[in-house]
Design a protein around this ligand. Structure first.
Ligand code: GUN
Length: 279
């Protein structure tokens, strides 16, 4: 039976450390601004959770909600205001944005010095060259789990399923930085099951409930499930946890695995940004 990679526990440890640092601050607090455009139901839940957690751990937090029909210019004006606001050290634009908005133009407008999501081209470029400033939160959270559980990555074959900006692409770079041999799979990959069977580290970020079956997994592999899916009114990951846990050496649960790590790393990035602005 696999050992659980307990993201709930590790995220609480990270957040408690941050809270005690925030409590020691005299007058100013680290400030996070979240922009939510439209009524994407999962995004509403994620943003509410980010705001609640930020407040719980002593951060200042603002959520700016804009209607889905809003113009790109309105979002750009808001970002300009937040870029200049001394109360704000981290700006996050929740994705996905409505189809009529050019996501790249929006991400490009966030100051790279407040880009706690790490999605600005400058921050992605810095990650690519191996000199990161802000690292996207979910991939960073996955790497923190590997570190906490002393999972060796050097020379291992890591298979990442999913090539998104939010998870797959940055995570592949982080794994490469730790000397893993990395394969990125996606919707056009041939023989996905066979590729997955060669993985020492298997990471799924595709958003398909229970897609990764026992047969995809090599005996003793480390399995990380980034998926958060609703199935019959229950939250499940991309991995068929019940069966795969019998074969894996380590596995993340859903919920309680990668999800809470994303928020912990968001607060950590915001705190680091605050320190940088204060020094
Ligand atoms: N949508 C899903 N995950 C994320 C995330 O980590 N950051 C942002 N901005 N949007 C998301």
């Amino acid at each position: 039976m696999a050992t659980l990679l307990d993201g709930k526990k590790l995220s609480q440890k990270i957040c408690s450390t941050l809270k005690s640092k925030v409590e020691k601050l005299k007058d100013k607090k680290p400030g996070l601004a979240v922009i939510l455009v439209g009524d994407h139901s999962a995004s509403q839940i994620y943003v509410a959770k980010k705001e609640k957690t930020a407040r719980e751990f002593g951060f200042y937090s603002e959520v700016h909600k804009l209607p889905s029909a809003c113009e790109e210019k309105e979002i750009l004006n808001l970002i300009k205001y937040l870029n200049e606001s001394p109360k704000i050290h981290g700006i996050l634009v929740q994705l996905p944005l409505p189809a009529h908005i050019q996501t790249h133009a929006i991400l490009n407008a966030v100051s790279p010095l407040k880009d706690v999501d790490g999605f600005h081209p400058l921050n992605l470029g810095r990650l690519f060259i191996g000199d990161p400033l802000f690292i996207p939160c979910t991939p960073q959270g996955v790497m923190e789990l590997f570190k906490e559980y002393k999972i060796e990555l050097s020379g291992k074959h890591a298979v990442v399923i999913g090539r998104s900006l939010i998870v797959g692409k940055p995570l592949a770079h982080l794994l490469l930085g730790q000397n893993a041999t990395v394969t990125i799979c996606h919707s056009k990959t041939k023989n996905l099951e066979a590729v997955c069977q060669t993985a020492d580290i298997l990471i799924s970020a595709i958003g398909k409930p229970l897609f990764i079956k026992n047969s995809f997994v090599k005996e003793g592999a480390v399995v990380v499930d980034v998926g958060i899916n609703r199935l019959n009114n229950k939250i499940v990951g991309d991995v068929d946890f019940e069966n795969v846990q019998k074969k894996a050496s380590f596995i993340t649960p859903v919920p309680g695995g990668v999800g809470p790590m994303t928020i912990a790393l968001l607060l950590q990035n915001t705190f680091k940004s605050f320190e940088r602005f204060s020094s």
